[in-house]
Design a protein around this ligand. Structure first.
Ligand code: PEP
Ligand code: MN
Length: 263
């Protein structure tokens, strides 16, 4: 179902009127984690003013260490809803467990499946039975083929509203947290009709690389970006090193707008 052979036209995922794919660029921005009401509302207002069309923010966090901040969980979802009420921005947030599917279907606009769960086939099958838009991130060491097959799992259940997200893959390089695979964009677009966006923040692991990688992604044909933005990156509870401030996000958005018109 994901194969372009069977559907030559680009899929356009429409989330409350915000389109991604088929020439429509979707920008998802916000903090790694929802931390407080003032934090999420302030960031939501700022990224919206700069032109983001989705608010990202983790409530359930897949952290490497069990002793790291795990997210505000259900309370985080409530704060995301408040920020959506304030700004109208649809919410993108990560689902880690099948236990919360019904709650996510109710409260969330785009269900994010993180890199670590890209091959959680039970989770993929369960969200395939919903009609919610899904953001499917590429696994830490997943090939393009494996990534598309994971989208196929969701589509096999009947849900064809999928946005793919390249977020960097494991390589031997240590200057970046992951290596952004820019070539995945044109390859996925040749193989599949599904939209593909790029997350330069988790690819880089370093805020200084977010702008060049975001610009490169747009020029390579990405249908959008997911960018971590924090009002006080030094004190962020998660991923502060790769988070940009709202002012920087505003600058990047102006450049992305020009580049997407060239593309
Ligand atoms: C995230 O976007 O919050 C995240 C954890 O990303 P990834 O799954 O790509 O590591
Ligand atoms: Mn993060």
């Amino acid at each position: 179902k994901a194969n372009r052979l069977f559907k030559p036209d680009d899929t356009i995922v429409d989330v409350l009127g915000n389109k991604v794919g088929g020439g429509h660029i979707g920008i998802m921005a916000g903090p790694c984690s929802v931390e407080s009401e003032t934090q999420i509302i302030e960031i939501a207002q700022k990224v919206k003013a700069s032109g983001a069309n989705f608010l990202r923010g983790g409530a359930f966090k897949p952290r490497t260490s069990p002793y790291s901040f795990q997210g505000l969980e259900s309370q985080g979802l409530e704060l995301l809803k408040l920020a959506k009420n304030e700004t109208g921005l649809p919410i993108v947030t990560e689902l880690m467990s099948t236990d919360y599917i019904d709650k996510f279907v109710e409260d969330v606009d785009v269900i994010q499946i993180g890199a670590r769960n890209m091959q959680n086939f039970d989770l993929l099958k369960q969200i395939g039975k919903t009609n919610k838009p899904i953001l499917l991130k590429r696994g830490l060491s997943a090939t393009i083929e494996e990534w598309i097959m994971s989208a196929e799992y969701i589509m096999a259940g009947g849900n064809e509203n999928i946005i793919l997200c390249e977020r960097g893959i494991r390589t031997f390089e240590t200057y970046t947290r992951n290596t952004l695979d820019l070539s995945a964009i044109p390859i996925v677009k040749r193989l599949s009709h599904l939209p593909v966006i790029v997350d330069p923040s988790h690819s880089a692991g370093d805020w200084r690389l977010v702008e060049p990688l975001a610009k490169a992604a747009i020029i390579a044909g990405a249908d959008g970006l997911m960018i971590e933005v924090h009002n006080d990156p030094q004190h962020a509870l998660c991923d502060g090193k790769q988070s940009i401030k709202p002012e920087k996000f505003d600058e990047i958005m102006k450049k992305v707008k020009i580049l997407s018109e060239i593309e």
